[in-house]
Design a protein around this ligand. Structure first.
Ligand SMILES: [Zn+2]
Length: 79
């Protein structure tokens, strides 16, 4: 699942979230609960940047029991 960065239109809170392809609804702001959030087109720079976001996506994928976020070379020894 891709990670999208959002910014709340009401309070300005910036956050990022995993969005599944089956769910295209924008998430609610975690700070104020507003539904008026806009998706940021730039790569997420919150919480350590893209590397950290990738890491989170990978650990989430690992929890779900698949390794789609890993490169082929990284799968060696994991399966
Ligand atoms: Zn907000």
């Amino acid at each position: 699942m891709p990670i999208y960065a959002y910014e709340c239109a009401r309070c300005g809170e910036a956050f990022e979230t995993l969005v599944s392809s089956s769910n295209t609804d924008a998430p609610a702001c975690p700070a104020c609960g507003a539904a008026e959030v806009k998706r940021l087109l730039s790569a997420p720079t919150i919480g350590g940047g893209v590397k950290a976001a990738t890491q989170r996506a990978r650990s989430a994928a690992a929890k779900e029991g698949h390794f789609s976020n890993y490169k082929k070379s990284e799968l060696k020894g994991k399966l």
